[in-house]
Design a protein around this ligand. Structure first.
Ligand code: HEC
Length: 268
């Protein structure tokens, strides 16, 4: 609302009440004065009026009005919702199967040994014609792990038919073990029992280091049977098999395992 300055109001009232004559008489005298005085007065009035009251706010457009009138999400719900992705992440983590090879060759080998214990005994103590592994016996037969890997993979029948008599150390303390001499048959863990090269390595590590009593931390252990052993990892990733692990890891002096019976090697 624009205020009308006081003196202008008064003058307009006076005109209405004073009649035409007074107005006519006053007019010439007052007009220049009015013109002179009214202009700054109006300007002053304007200057006064503008800051006096802020303009009425424009009504919101419908979208904004709807936004302002919306139902707000309660704080507890916002907190709950914001935690949801974290919860989902933990849920997925919990669902993921534990890495299969977390326990390394020895832990895995213990599981694979369920294929062997019925003949060799749960603790590798030996039953009947199936030799014991304990008290260093299996290490004496196979000073080099490669010869044992080959033997376990191929089994006794292949050695006998190939005419390879001694799968391990010919100078074995207490006499060499001769293929077929025990009177029993050692099944081929590869073709016969269907174990992979990796599983055969795992069970052989278990036989040597858990049952046979070989000392861990040796060069052989670090190359084949520790969880970070390069030969074990090469087999695990499929980079190598028994046929080529000696060339895949070329600088470690690995004896060729291969896929046919070969006479075993001496301790040195
Ligand atoms: C059916 C019974 C049987 C099963 C199952 C069996 N073995 Fe044998 N194992 C034998 C017999 C019998 C011999 C001796 C063979 C011979 O005289 O030629 C033998 C010999 C061995 C030897 C040689 C030990 C030494 O000091 O001369 C090793 C090593 C061996 N087995 C490992 C295994 C592994 C590893 C498994 C499981 C994957 C396994 N065996 C499963 C019966 C078995």
């Amino acid at each position: 609302m624009t205020e009308i300055p006081e003196h202008l109001l008064k003058r307009s009232q006076a005109r209405k009440g004073g009649g035409d004559a007074a107005a006519a008489a006053a007019a010439p005298a007052t007009t220049p004065a009015v013109a002179a005085s009214a202009a700054p007065a109006v300007a002053a009035a304007k200057a006064e009026v503008v800051p006096a009251g802020p303009p009425p706010p424009k009504p919101d457009i419908p979208v904004v009005a709807a936004y302002k009138a919306r139902k707000k999400i309660p704080v507890w719900a916002m907190i709950t919702l914001s935690i949801l992705p974290l919860w989902l992440f933990m849920y997925v983590l919990a669902l993921k199967p534990i890495a299969a090879k977390a326990s390394g060759p020895l832990g895995e080998g213990l599981k694979v040994y369920s294929n062997c214990g019925s003949c060799h005994g749960a603790g590798g103590e030996g039953i009947g014609s199936a030799y014991a592994f304990t008290n260093g016996s299996v290490i004496a037969t196979f000073p080099h792990i490669e010869d044992q890997l080959r033997w376990v993979k191929l089994g006794s029948a292949e050695y006998v038919s190939a005419g390879v008599q001694i799968p391990g150390d010919p100078n074995r303390e207490g006499g060499p073990h001769i293929a077929g001499a025990s009177g029993g048959v050692m099944p081929a863990a590869g073709k016969g029992l269907g174990l992979s090269d990796l599983e055969i390595l795992e069970v052989v590590c278990h036989e040597r280091y858990d049952l046979g009593g070989a000392e861990q931390g040796t060069e052989e252990f670090e190359l084949w049977c520790s969880p970070e052993a390069p030969a074990y990892l090469a087999l695990e990733t499929g980079e190598a098999t028994f046929d080529d692990v000696h060339t895949v890891i070329a600088d470690k002096g690995i004896i060729e395992i291969g896929s046919v019976p070969v006479a075993g090697t001496t301790a040195e």
